[in-house]
Design a protein around this ligand. Structure first.
Ligand SMILES: [Zn+2]
Length: 292
C-alpha cells in the first residue's frame, strides 16, 4: 500500500496557503482603493468644489462653493469679447468723451464732422437727452456705457448696485439706438477711491459677462473743473509723452465749454505729431489701469 502523505506540511498544503494569502491581499488592496476613490473623487462634482478659504489652523473649510446671486441676474446682460484684437496703426488716437450727451455733444459732433474723424462717447443715461445717441451712431461714432446714475457712492456700494445700474444704462442705450453696447468706461476709471475694496469683484463680473472696459493714458484734465484751453493743451502735451497708442479722456457734459473750444487744437496738435484718429470698437485692445 502506498504511504499516504499527511496534508499538513505537504506541497499541496503550502500551495493552498499561498493561494489564500494572495486572495486575501487582493481583497485588502481592492477595498482600500475603493474607499480612497470614493472619498477623493465621488464628491468632487462641479457643484461641490470645496471652498479655497483656509481656516486659521490651516485646514480647508467644509464650505462648498456657491456662485454669488448677482451672477444669475439680468440674463440678457451679456456680450462677447472678440477672439482676437486687431492690428492697429502705429500711431493712433482714440478721442473719448464721458458724461454726455448734452448740448456740448452736438458741438463736438459738428467739429468731428468738419475734421472728418471718428470718436467714442461713453454716455450717462439718467437725466440726459437720449435722442442725441441716434445721431452719434448715424455719424459713425461709437457708444459705450458710462452709467445710468453718476452717483459714485451708490454705484460702487456693492457689485449688485453696479450691475443694476449697468443693466439700466445698457437697456436705455439699446432702446435709443437699437445697438447693444459692448464696452464700458467705469465712472472715475476702473480703479478709483470709491471701489478700492470691491473693484476686482466688479471688474471680473463685467468681464465674465463679456464686456470690455477702457481706461485712458492721456487726459485733458477736465474731469473735476472746466480748465482753460491753454491748461487743457498743456495737460494733453504732458500726457501724450511719445506713446504710440492714445486713449484720450475728455468730457462732453454741459459745463465743459473749454473742452469744446480746445478740441480743434487737440486734433491739429495730434495730427502734426503723426497720429490718426479712430473710434473704439471691441476689436481695439483696451488700455486699462494696473492693479495696485
Ligand atoms: Zn463720468
Amino acid at each position: 500500500m502506498q504511504k499516504q502523505t499527511p496534508y499538513f506540511g505537504s506541497v499541496k498544503f503550502f500551495k493552498h496557503v499561498i493561494y489564500l494569502s494572495l486572495a486575501l491581499l487582493g481583497f485588502v488592496v481592492f477595498s482600500k482603493l475603493y474607499s480612497y476613490s470614493k472619498e477623493h473623487f465621488a464628491e468632487r462634482t462641479f457643484a461641490a468644489i470645496p471652498s479655497a478659504n483656509l481656516l486659521s489652523d490651516g485646514e480647508t473649510s467644509e464650505q462648498t462653493f456657491t456662485a454669488p446671486n448677482y451672477q444669475s441676474k439680468y440674463p440678457e446682460l451679456y456680450s462677447s469679447i472678440p477672439k482676437a484684437f486687431r492690428q492697429e496703426k502705429e500711431k493712433v488716437a482714440y478721442l473719448t468723451f464721458d458724461d454726455g450727451p448734452s448740448i456740448r455733444t452736438l458741438e463736438i459732433l459738428e467739429l468731428l464732422k468738419a475734421f472728418n474723424i471718428k470718436a467714442t462717447f461713453f454716455v450717462v443715461t439718467e437725466g440726459t437727452d437720449l435722442s442725441i445717441l441716434k445721431r452719434i451712431v448715424q455719424e459713425g461714432h461709437s457708444i459705450g456705457i458710462h452709467c445710468h446714475s453718476h452717483e459714485y457712492k451708490k454705484l460702487y456700494a456693492s457689485t449688485e448696485n453696479f450691475l443694476e445700474d449697468l443693466h439700466t444704462a445698457y437697456n436705455k442705450i439699446y432702446q435709443a439706438t437699437s445697438i447693444k453696447p459692448r464696452f464700458i468706461r467705469f465712472p472715475g476709471g476702473s480703479i478709483n477711491a470709491y471701489n478700492s475694496i470691491n473693484y476686482q469683484e466688479i471688474i471680473s463680473e463685467v468681464l465674465r459677462r463679456g464686456f470690455l472696459y477702457y481706461d485712458w493714458n492721456v487726459s485733458t484734465g477736465d474731469a473735476a473743473s472746466n480748465p482753460s484751453l491753454e491748461q487743457i493743451m498743456q495737460n494733453i502735451k504732458a500726457s501724450v509723452n511719445g506713446q504710440d497708442k492714445l486713449i484720450i479722456l475728455a468730457h462732453d457734459s454741459e459745463h465743459k465749454t473749454q473742452t469744446v473750444a480746445a478740441l480743434p487744437k487737440i486734433i491739429e496738435f495730434l495730427t502734426r505729431e503723426g497720429y490718426t484718429f479712430d473710434r473704439l470698437e471691441p476689436t481695439v485692445k483696451p488700455i486699462i489701469f494696473a492693479y495696485p
